[in-house]
Write a protein that binds this ligand. Structure first.
Ligand SMILES: O=C(O)c1ccccc1NCC(=O)[C@H](O)[C@H](O)COP(=O)(O)O
Length: 213
């Protein structure tokens, strides 16, 4: 398997940042969504972001954020990318990208083949795409639910117009198979490397990284 870059999303403490960096993460994600067990305020996120080694991209995950909310995050937390995990329309993605001057990764929820149309749509405006499981209708969170989608929907599509990450229910035990089936060159994980909601586990992060080698 060729080297696959990975993102550990939803870090909440310094030891978790170190564990992700030591395991070779290419990206780390900080969640700004009050209902999430991984939610950070901007000062805590800034503290954690300053611990991230050079070369590891720091990503802020937001959900339908206003300009005011984004101003607060971007002015306090050193960042390399914004991850839009809500119902942001393509026009809003463009607007955020221009206004904040950061690359934008748009999350796209997939449950069935027709959901893949959004990939082409958002390829016009986003720098990267995160192809994730669509959350169940009753879910409190629009992501980070530890649910996988049917990876066969992506089989044979090794190339998209934008760099993309596979996400949704990945774990140290299934990620190699997910990569094999989808051809993903980047993957994103949250729940699958946690010992409890919001608590990343260093051993699981190492296992996840090992599974990709
Ligand atoms: O993690 C959260 O709490 C969260 C809250 C709101 C929107 C998105 C959220 N997480 C997204 C992710 O962590 C990942 O990008 C992705 O959905 C994979 O999550 P998981 O299935 O838990 O590995």
């Amino acid at each position: 398997m060729p080297d696959v870059r990975f993102k550990i999303c939803g870090l909440t403490a310094p030891d978790q940042v170190r564990a992700a960096a030591d395991a070779g993460a290419g990206y780390v994600g900080f969640v700004f969504f009050p209902k999430s067990p991984r939610n950070l305020d901007v000062s805590r996120a800034a503290e954690l972001a300053h611990l991230v080694p050079v070369g590891v991209a720091k990503v802020a995950l937001v959900v339908n954020a206003t300009d005011e909310e984004l101003d607060g995050i971007v002015s306090t937390v050193p960042l390399d990318m914004l991850q839009l995990h809500g119902k942001e329309l393509p026009e809003r993605v463009s607007e955020i990208r221009e206004r904040f001057g950061l690359p934008v990764m748009k999350a796209i929820g997939v449950a069935e083949a027709e959901d893949l149309a959004a990939i082409d749509l958002y390829s016009e405006v986003a720098d990267q795409l995160l192809i994730d499981a669509k959350p169940p209708r009753e879910a409190e969170l629009p992501g980070g639910n530890g649910l996988a989608f049917d990876w066969r929907l992506l089989a044979g599509r090794k190339y998209w117009r934008r760099p993309w990450m596979l996400a949704g229910g990945l774990t140290p035990l299934n990620v190699a198979e997910a990569v094999r089936m989808t051809g993903a060159r980047q993957v994103d994980v949250s729940t699958g490397v946690e010992s409890a909601p919001g608590v990343k586990d260093a051993a699981l992060i190492r296992d996840f990284a090992s599974a990709l080698r």
